[in-house]
Write a new protein. Structure first.
Length: 257
């Protein structure tokens, strides 16, 4: 096998759920896991674990189970305009409730592109609206937000707080501390396994994207395609089951179920 192929270059092997567990175990041996809100009162070496809920609530649940088992906490940022899941549908809603029961927190994953935000007034207006929706939906206080699909324009909004929400891209959480992210399925900043093993950071934020960690070794693109295919299969099953439950006939080309 060629050592310069993508599999090696982008460490496909590392992005499995089994290795996610290993990553957390390495982290837990040297760090205390805290929430963004605890940042100023931290006393030990700390990690803020952040999930931007992007592709698969089911995989987010798998990861939350691993975290619960190990005894670490995280914040999951929920996008109300995702193309991949619907926060209001029962299965996603139940998963997010379970995450809260595990002692994790929910933040707002804010899609500024949905509104075409042009200035700070727009930003604060829509942040308040979405914060209220999430708070009422889950009956919890929402204290943090993260931008979805950041770009240089959005990163200009680097105050610590907007609309009463802590901004995870404020310098104190982002530029001034260690930062590790698996965005689009590879270690964009530094290989996090190596960074945690080196143990040089005093505090760092880790950003994880659910669909990028699977049971099997896949390329990043195929990891997301698997999420999409699994979801399609699940929806087909849901259609058949629903018709059965309600006693409706399910007509196909050559048979009637
Ligand atoms: Zn996002």
């Amino acid at each position: 096998m060629n050592e310069n192929d993508n599999r090696h270059l982008y460490h496909f092997e590392q992005f499995t759920l089994e290795n996610y567990k290993k990553l957390l175990e390495i982290a837990k041996s040297n760090f205390n896991f805290i929430f963004f809100e605890d940042f100023n009162s931290r006393t030990k070496k700390s990690i803020i674990l952040r999930h931007d809920l992007e592709f698969s609530p089911l995989l987010a649940l798998e990861m939350a189970k691993i975290e619960y088992e190990i005894g670490v906490k995280s914040t999951t940022f929920v996008n109300l305009h995702s193309e991949y899941y619907n926060t209001f549908e029962k299965k996603t809603y139940k998963i997010l409730e379970t995450l809260l029961e595990f002692g994790n927190r929910i933040g707002l994953h804010f899609d500024a592109h949905f509104y075409g935000i042009e200035n700070e007034n727009d930003l604060t207006y829509y942040l308040i609206r979405e914060k209220k929706i999430l708070q009422e939906l889950f009956n919890v206080e929402i204290k943090t937000f993260s931008f979805h699909n950041t770009n240089p324009f959005l990163l200009q909004f680097d105050d610590e707080e907007y609309s009463g929400l802590l901004n995870v891209y404020a310098p104190k959480f982002f530029k001034e501390i260690g930062y590790g992210a698996d965005s689009t399925g590879y270690w964009r900043y530094e290989n996090l396994f190596e960074r945690l093993q080196n143990n040089k950071d005093d505090v760092l934020q880790i950003l994880i994207h659910d669909g990028m960690w699977q049971k099997e070794v896949l390329s990043p693109r195929q990891r997301i395609f698997k999420v999409i295919d699994d979801n399609a299969a699940m929806l087909k099953k849901y259609y058949d089951t629903t018709l059965k439950v309600f006693g409706a006939i399910n007509i196909d080309w050559d048979r009637i179920v």
